[in-house]
Design a protein around this ligand. Structure first.
Ligand code: ATP
Ligand code: MG
Length: 316
């Protein structure tokens, strides 16, 4: 059995019936109120955001062990990471290295086996709308329209702001599709609707688990640019998971490269490419250098991950 607090399939059900997803509402939306100009400054590549102010997210010696039927899988081990306010951090790692586990510990869907996750200095005790999540698979309610999906989270908190939702639909090119159901939209449009759903909740921290992985290259590029535009305008903190090297660099202030399972931080790359960024960055020399460095780092880990997978298949 899964150790997750709610199974992933439960979540839509629970949120539909109750405000369960928002139980444990505890941390205030203080991230933007702390006056943290300059928090993106940091030093060293040891995985810590050396910020002039306090870190918004602080992960200390995180370990997560899954133990279904005594299998004892260590997904994440001894992971230390700080994320500064307004920072855009991408996490790059091979398949099965613990990326989603890390994200779900920050989101509050999973409890660490050891170590802690602090947000604004408080331990994460459960999910909270100030930490918005885009899960690895699309989580729009299929029986609700795009407009209803966008309104659902704010309705749970009695905080529907129609102007804001309209603005988000405009920004993501979804105006006119408010009354459409998810299955009536293309994959790219569904991902945009996910973004609207996320932003409608006005989260301080956006936790995004490979949100663009199923999209074709061109749509993906447009989505990345759109996300950066929104992030630059709205001062949010983003943790974005991907296994796409170019995507990780294009978006990030820092790229956290993870090892194969058990997931630890292998290295952290500070991406010193100016903003705003658009796709022209992708052909720059600096970008290529970052890409080479990240690819080198990830290559051995991807091989290890593949060997692990083969071994597991043989043992099964
Ligand atoms: N509920 C669970 N029970 C048992 N093992 C699990 C559970 N969830 C994840 N794992 C295992 O923990 C490891 C890390 O999983 P996780 O989903 O965090 O990896 P990931 O890096 O997100 O992978 P992917 O790139 O494929 O999405 C994997 O070996 C996975 O099989
Ligand atoms: Mg994952």
């Amino acid at each position: 059995m899964s150790e997750r607090k709610q199974t992933t399939d439960d979540r839509n059900e629970n949120s539909q019936r109750t405000t369960g997803e928002y139980d444990g509402l505890r941390n205030g939306r203080s991230g933007h109120e702390t006056g943290t100009e300059g928090r993106r400054e940091r030093e060293g590549g040891d995985g810590r955001a050396r910020a002039t102010g306090d870190a918004l997210v602080e992960i200390n010696e995180l370990r997560k062990i899954y133990d279904p039927d005594g299998a004892h899988v260590t997904a994440v081990e001894d992971l230390d990471l700080d994320i500064g306010d307004n920072e855009f951090v991408t996490v790059l790692g091979p398949s099965g290295c613990g990326k989603s586990t890390l994200m779900e510990c920050i989101a509050g869907y999973l409890e660490p086996t050891e170590g802690e996750v602090l947000v604004n200095g408080d331990p994460v005790a459960g999910p909270d709308p100030s930490r918005g999540v885009v899960f690895q698979s699309n989580r729009l309610f299929p029986w609700k329209t795009i407009g209803q999906n966008a309104r659902f989270g704010p309705q749970m908190r009695n905080a529907v702001d129609d102007d804001r939702i309209q603005q988000l639909l405009d920004d993501t090119g979804l105006t006119g599709f408010e009354d459409s159901y998810p299955h009536e939209l293309s994959g790219g449009m569904q991902q945009r609707a996910e973004l609207v759903r996320l932003l409608a909740n006005d989260p301080d921290i956006m936790l995004m688990d490979e949100p663009f992985s199923g999209l074709d290259a061109m749509t993906k590029e447009l989505m990345q640019e759109m996300l950066l535009d929104i992030w630059e305008e709205e001062d949010r903190t983003v943790l974005f998971i991907t296994h796409d090297v170019a995507e990780a660099i294009f978006l990030a202030d820092r790229v956290v490269v993870m090892t194969a399972r058990p997931g630890q931080i292998k290295d952290v790359i500070d991406v010193d490419i100016g903003r705003p960024r658009d796709s022209s960055v992708l052909t720059s020399e600096a970008f290529n250098e970052y890409q080479e460095r990240a690819s080198d780092l990830i290559h051995d880990e991807a091989e290890r991950a593949m060997e692990q997978k083969q071994q597991e298949t043989q043992e099964a």
